[in-house]
Design a protein around this ligand. Structure first.
Ligand SMILES: Nc1nc2c(c(=O)[nH]1)N=C([C@H](O)[C@H](O)COP(=O)(O)OP(=O)(O)OP(=O)(O)O)CN2
Length: 167
């Protein structure tokens, strides 16, 4: 039996999104709002199908592109941080951390299901959403998906999920 394993990688120039965020670290340090030109790459691993594909990398490319465009030119906020509280009314979204407060137009914000908007967490959300988006097309034979998010020219947060973990 062959010992070969297979994956497809997609790393495209278009996989860039410009977004603002701030994180907390070291307990109670909260960054100032700042932006990154984030980069994204993705891989899917598993057996070869009848086409001798793991998956069609064009379909994977399009799914990643969709998620990067969703984040592009937005402020990325966390919905599960213990101290960064996010509230929205019909016009504006307000983020607070202790005595600090940021107010944004609703349409400028993307609120993600994360504790902190780190590269690792953003990678996880993209991986989960791509899995959901492509599941019907790719089927259940895939082993895993990995998404990597680069914050600053070579500082990557990477998340690998078993294919069955889609929410
Ligand atoms: N494992 C991780 N480490 C860090 C993350 C992360 O998401 N995962 N994030 C940060 C901060 O967001 C930080 O703002 C990183 O931004 P960067 O611009 O690279 O920080 P610098 O101060 O080095 O950047 P300059 O180029 O000097 O502006 C930290 N760690």
């Amino acid at each position: 039996m062959s010992q070969a394993t297979f994956r497809v990688d997609v790393t495209k120039e278009q996989f860039v999104f410009s977004a603002a965020h701030f994180i907390t670290f070291a307990g109670d340090i909260c960054e100032r709002l700042h932006g990154h030109n984030y980069g994204v790459r993705a891989s899917v691993g598993g057996p070869l199908d009848e086409n001798r594909y793991v998956v069609d990398f064009i379909a994977l490319r399009d799914a990643i592109l969709h998620e990067t465009l969703t984040l592009d030119h937005h402020v990325i906020l966390p919905n599960s941080h213990p101290e960064i509280k996010i509230t929205s009314d019909d016009k504006e979204t307000t983020a607070t951390f202790r005595d600090r407060r940021w107010v944004f137009p609703n349409e400028d914000c993307v609120i993600l299901p994360v504790i902190n908007t780190t590269a690792e967490e953003i990678a996880r959300v993209i991986a989960q959403r791509v899995m959901v988006r492509t599941r019907d097309q790719f089927g259940d034979a895939i082993d895993w998906i990995e998404v990597a998010v680069d914050e600053n020219h070579g500082q990557w947060g990477v998340c690998r999920l078993p294919w069955q973990a889609a929410e």
